[in-house]
Design a protein around this ligand. Structure first.
Ligand SMILES: Nc1nc2c(ncn2[C@@H]2O[C@H](COP(=O)(O)OP(=O)(O)OP(=O)(O)O)[C@@H](O)[C@H]2O)c(=O)[nH]1
Length: 333
């Protein structure tokens, strides 16, 4: 009669004696175990363990070659965050043997001959522990995923969907470290919608929100490489973190953004500089060294943005560019 319930259990029986293995297999199947695997040596046991990942192992101790203690230790090494119950089934009845069995990784220790009901009870107890352990793993994974989602929400701007100031601070810090380690150029671009106050005053706050979303969308579209990141760092202020981007690349980026905005033709009836929405941008590029900080880069980009505004807005400005680009890009020094 099947005395074990819900036994989709796969059990590995390790014993060098064929008669013991087949007797145990027969008993286990009679109890209701779904599948029994047999191994006659340490090598066979480990191969079967790796290939079939049994739910439980019944392990003899005295065998030619490596013994059961050795197998238990290897099994514990092979488990990667998992836990497989191991029950020793042996004729060795000294307390020291039992101690060694538990020490090397066994979870229980039974002395042969073992009555079927006792074995079934022990397996049942292990099944319960196994179910708890699996639930714990599942809950840990759920928690990890929930935490990941929470973190990404915390770093997201609700209106535009871009990374917010908090995420910007973290990523910029990380990218400075990375660029310093790899000696690669890092570009930071701070952008600001021109005369946005007038936009709001003229068309109303809801339209202002739509405009912010549209500009955010364009910024995100301009970020084409996987490392590029568009962020909303303030009301109508955006930042772009562009790893591995030298000054020439920063200039191309600014041009692409300006062209995208120009083609978008978002009406801005209150703007003194254009009938359409424009942005100004401050750019800084460097190969970070020990003295480079997030705050230093942001300050430098902000100063460049201020200069771009002073030049009449609808400009990108960098203190570090060597050449003057046509139209909207201005370089100095
Ligand atoms: N619609 C909307 N407006 C916002 C939001 N956050 C900030 N603003 C507005 O953005 C405007 C920013 O104004 P200013 O800092 O004077 O900037 P500006 O008018 O663009 O001037 P310049 O940058 O010098 O061209 C303010 O009117 C804010 O109310 C938002 O989430 N939605």
């Amino acid at each position: 009669m099947a005395i074990l319930q819900n036994t989709d259990l796969r059990i590995l029986v390790v014993d060098d004696q064929e008669s013991v293995r087949s007797h145990l297999s027969h008993e286990l199947l009679r109890m209701g175990v779904e599948q029994v695997l047999e191994a006659a040596s340490a090598e066979e046991a480990l191969a079967a363990f790796e290939q079939h990942q049994p739910d439980l192992v019944l392990l003899d101790i005295l065998m030619p070659g490596n013994n059961g203690y050795w197998i238990a230790e290897r099994i514990r090494d092979l488990e990667d965050g998992r836990w497989t119950p191991i029950i020793f089934l042996t004729g060795m009845d000294r307390d020291e043997d039992l101690w060694e069995g538990i020490r090397t990784g066994g979870d229980d220790y039974l002395i042969k001959p073992v009555r079927a009901t006792v074995l079934a009870a022990k397996i049942r107890a292990m099944q319960r522990l196994l179910a708890m352990q699996r639930r714990l793993v599942a809950v840990t994974e759920e928690l990890y995923e929930a935490n990941r989602q929470l973190n990404s929400l915390i770093e997201r701007d609700a209106l535009t969907g871009l990374v917010n100031r908090r995420g910007f601070d973290r990523v910029l810090h990380e990218q400075i470290r990375l660029a310093r380690r790899e000696s690669t150029p890092l570009t930071l671009m701070m952008c600001d919608i021109d005369f946005f106050k007038q936009y709001n005053d003229n068309l109303g706050h809801p339209e202002g929100d739509k405009c912010l979303k549209a500009v955010a969308n364009m910024l995100a579209r301009t970020c084409q490489r996987p490392g590029d990141l568009a962020c909303r760092v303030g009301g109508e202020e955006f930042a772009l973190i562009l790893p591995n981007t030298p000054r020439s690349g920063a200039m191309m980026f600014a041009r692409a953004l300006t062209e995208l905005l120009a083609s978008g033709k978002l009406p801005h009836p209150a703007s003194p500089v254009s009938p359409y929405v424009t942005v100004s941008g401050g750019i800084t590029t460097c190969v970070p060294d020990e003295s480079t900080t997030s705050m230093g880069m942001v300050t430098r980009a902000d100063e460049a943005l201020y200069a771009a505004k002073a030049l009449g807005r609808n400009h990108f400005f960098s203190y570090e560019l060597q050449v003057t680009a046509k139209d909207h890009l201005v370089a100095q020094r």
